[in-house]
Design a protein around this ligand. Structure first.
Ligand SMILES: Cc1cc2nc3c(=O)[nH]c(=O)nc-3n(C[C@H](O)[C@H](O)[C@H](O)COP(=O)(O)OP(=O)(O)OC[C@H]3O[C@@H](n4cnc5c(N)ncnc54)[C@H](O)[C@@H]3O)c2cc1C
Length: 433
């Protein structure tokens, strides 16, 4: 019987190296990111990226022919759990969003020319990219409603529409755009993906949208989310990425593993917040005892430990299912962890912040930033409600309504059936034989 929760020793050594590298090299950089600016951060990252490459851990999500490791989702998940503890860490490991997901799309659907022009320079760190799907005027949670259109005109496509929340859009060299090419096709076959240079005439970056994470107006900053107008953007026919009408199919291939990585990264954040919660409880003294001796705080610690353990096992299980049975088999498990993991992250960070009082609310600790990060996790990559609805739909497929609307557990009905079945025995017992 195969039932195994262990990590093989070789890979565990790599994970141990990563944990130490994170604490020694990456965490200290986190505190001076603003001072470094983007250029400075890129410079600071170069020697770290070289170390990661020497360890064979660079862009591990990609196949070996693209310089990656071809790791399955369980291994990648365990790596992302460690990377998650610091928002800049993925840059050192060649798997920062959205470039990592975009490189997967190009690897999956790109032509040899598209790979030469976009994928290889992206992997070398010479280009930056953005994924442009969500629109301000249609529900991102139902992308079959997309309105941005790409119309064929001779040897060209002409794109018109407006997108927003294209992460890194204002610093990207190229954009992957989802647009409707076949409005009369079936719902999930209407859209296609295109890859185009960000300076193509007609592409207008209108602004970076201020958010909870970056509340003040800023432009061209790494991690910002751009609003982009596509106005008569003419691109050659070979800018089509993958087959015409395959936009959703390709997006799903990118999003499913991406959700596993998100969930594991959230656990890395939650773990760091949890460590702060535990540390605080041991030294903060109020009303006659340390916080650790107050039952409310004990409950926070125990509930957080249980939630994180549950989310971790659920996520690794989803990853294992994806590795062993494929994306299709893991769909419901992935939807489960997306909303469950986001809630766990939120709850753990919230408790840690509360335990630190005004210090937790201040920027003297990373908790307030984690809290803002946690809030977004419940929206991007599909809001909680959409994943819950998807899980419920899948679960309900295994059920059917009872005959005559009598619940199958209805005790009087079952008792009547049991009396018939055990009539002889009941008769013997009541007759005192
Ligand atoms: C930090 C961040 C980064 C992002 N990066 C990108 C990016 O790089 N590229 C990109 O294209 N997009 C990106 N997005 C956009 C993101 O994917 C969308 O915001 C998301 O898909 C939700 O779409 P929406 O905002 O249009 O909300 P809507 O679709 O309008 O949904 C609003 C709310 O309606 C409710 N709702 C929706 N459907 C249901 C349902 N079936 N049942 C019950 N309630 C429902 C939910 O509460 C939901 O939150 C990013 C978003 C964030 C916050």
């Amino acid at each position: 019987m195969a039932w195994n929760f262990s990590t093989d020793a070789d890979f565990q050594r790599k994970l141990d190296w990563m944990s130490e590298f994170m604490r020694e090299q990456i965490w200290p950089l986190e505190t001076v990111v603003q001072e470094l600016g983007w250029e400075g951060l890129v410079r600071a990252m170069r020697p770290l990226q070289a170390e990661v490459k020497a360890q064979g851990l660079w862009a591990a999500h990609l196949d070996p022919e693209l310089g990656g490791q071809g790791y399955g989702q369980v291994k990648l998940g365990l790596m992302h759990e460690i990377l998650g503890s610091c928002p800049i860490a993925p840059l050192a490991f060649g798997n920062a969003a959205p470039d990592s997901g975009n490189s997967e799309i190009l690897a999956l659907a790109g032509t040899p020319e598209q790979k030469d022009r976009y994928l290889h320079p992206l992997l070398a760190g010479d280009l930056k990219s953005a994924f442009s799907m969500t629109e301000p005027d249609t529900a991102g949670s139902d992308p079959t409603l997309l309105q941005t259109a790409a119309v064929r005109d001779g040897d060209e496509w002409v794109i018109n529409g407006r997108k927003w929340f294209s992460s890194n859009g204002s610093i990207a060299d190229f954009l992957i755009v989802m647009a409707v090419t076949d409005p009369d096709a079936r719902r999930h076959q209407r859209a296609s993906m295109f890859v185009l240079d960000a300076d193509t005439p007609g592409v207008r970056i209108l602004r970076d949208v201020p958010t909870m994470e970056h509340p003040w107006d800023s432009y061209g900053v790494y991690g910002n989310h751009a609003e982009i107008a596509y106005e008569d953007v003419r691109i050659p026919a070979d800018a089509l990425l993958g087959a015409r009408g395959a936009g959703f199919l390709i997006a799903q291939q990118r999003l499913y593993p991406g959700r596993i990585h998100h969930c594991m990264r959230w656990l890395g954040v939650a773990r760091r917040a949890f460590d702060m919660l535990c540390e605080r409880s041991l030294y903060r003294y109020a009303h006659g005892s340390t916080l650790a001796e107050k039952q409310t705080v004990q409950n926070w610690i125990a509930d957080s430990a249980a939630q994180m353990q549950a989310a971790r096992l659920m996520t690794l299980h989803a990853a294992w299912k994806m590795d062993t049975e494929g994306v299709g088999a893991a769909r419901t498990d992935i939807a489960l962890i997306k909303f469950f993991g986001a809630q766990v992250l939120h709850d753990v960070v919230d408790r840690a912040l509360q335990a630190h009082g005004s210090l937790g609310y201040s920027t003297d600790l990373p908790l307030e930033a984690m809290y803002r990060y946690a809030r977004a996790a419940r929206i991007y990559d599909g809001p909680d409600e959409v994943h819950r609805a998807s899980v419920a739909r899948q679960v309900l497929r295994g059920y059917e309504p009872p005959a005559d609307n009598v619940p199958s557990e209805h005790v009087p009905t079952r008792r009547e059936a049991a009396r018939e079945r055990f009539a002889e025995l009941l008769h013997a017992v009541t007759a005192n034989d």
